[in-house]
Design a protein around this ligand. Structure first.
Ligand SMILES: Cc1cc2nc3c(=O)[nH]c(=O)nc-3n(C[C@H](O)[C@H](O)[C@H](O)COP(=O)(O)OP(=O)(O)OC[C@H]3O[C@@H](n4cnc5c(N)ncnc54)[C@H](O)[C@@H]3O)c2cc1C
Length: 285
């Protein structure tokens, strides 16, 4: 393939990156490059300027505060998978990081790139929905913060506009008491054909509610609200309860279809992944 000419620019800070973005509607941010570069190679993205934000210290790192954890948007999947404080406070994050693709992708790919790219089969969207994350989106006028539930607006489309940047992700503390992530990987790419992230809250030994994020199944990742309603009243994780809850979970979902999984198969995988994630979460006290 003959590559087309692209200008490569390295941002020195967030304000510099935003100013460069604002000056050219075909400019795109480059973080780990593991989604954008493949799209450019296939000529599915037309880009005039690549603005590299991958090395900006402001966008890196994980900060633990009394009531939340803040994750820089350019933090890599590998960094999220190996951070000791995340393992302690939000173990769902290292669990999910460990099943993203392979070590090469995990060492370069970033959580911010993944969330903004909003691939319907990516892992982080389901996890961020289950953890009730807040997204800090920064434009030249300053930052705004929106819930994960409002972030994924359509097929490969997020609430971040062309002249904005996802800068940080905030996750409330204390985190959920019991969590699990179950994913059926596509055998070639490693992306989720169907996956479920479950986050349960307990008062003593009694489940008081929970949140469920699902990815791989529909045009965007989503919260399984109907299933969550079944967690509110002393859910014990019995086979009967899980069966009932999973039966209703995807009633109004239009499944994705592709050469690997038609809609019926994909929904069945989703039911199985959610059942296993619920059972795992209840067990992992
Ligand atoms: C072989 C392979 C297997 C993969 N398997 C999986 C998998 O199993 N699970 C999974 O979840 N993902 C998978 N991925 C995707 C991978 O995780 C990507 O790294 C990730 O989706 C995008 O992150 P990035 O940092 O590489 O983003 P980039 O490719 O640099 O950017 C992606 C998009 O986001 C924009 N962007 C990047 N950062 C920001 C920001 N801070 N603010 C605003 N816009 C921004 C870019 O302009 C671009 O449009 C796979 C990728 C490959 C190549």
């Amino acid at each position: 393939m003959i590559p087309y000419a692209v200008e490569y620019l390295r941002a020195t800070n967030v304000a510099h990156a935003l100013a460069m973005l604002a000056s050219d509607s075909e400019a795109r941010l480059l973080a780990g490059g593991h989604s954008l570069i493949p799209l450019m190679k296939l000529r599915l993205a037309s880009v005039s300027r690549l603005i590299d934000i991958g090395g900006l210290p402001e966008l890196h790192g994980i900060a633990v505060h009394p009531d939340h954890i803040a994750i820089g948007a350019a933090t890599t999947h590998a960094e999220l998978g190996s951070h000791p404080r995340l393992a302690e406070f939000l173990p769902l994050i290292p669990q999910a990081a460990g099943v993203i693709a392979d070590p090469t992708v995990r060492n370069r790919g970033t959580i911010g790139g993944s969330l903004v790219h909003a691939d319907p089969s990516a892992d982080w969207p389901a996890v961020m929905l289950a953890l009730d994350a807040r997204m800090e989106i920064t434009g030249v006028a300053g930052p705004r913060v929106i819930p994960a539930d409002e972030f994924f607006v359509g097929f490969m489309s997020s609430a971040v506009q062309q002249d904005e940047m996802l800068t940080r992700i905030f996750i409330p503390l204390p985190g959920p008491d019991r969590v699990a992530y179950r994913k059926f990987r596509h055998p070639a790419s490693g992306y989720a054909v169907a996956a479920a992230a479950v986050a349960l809250r307990y008062a003593g030994n009694r489940c008081t509610g929970g949140m469920i994020g699902v990815t791989g199944v529909a045009e965007t990742a989503f919260r399984a609200h109907t299933a969550e309603a079944g967690l509110a009243s002393g859910f014990t994780g019995s086979a009967e309860e899980i069966g009932r809850l999973v039966e209703t979970a995807f009633a109004d979902v239009t499944p994705l279809e592709d050469g690997f999984a038609d809609g019926v198969y994909r929904l069945q995988l989703a039911r199985v992944m959610l059942s296993r994630a619920l059972a795992d979460a209840v067990r992992h006290a």
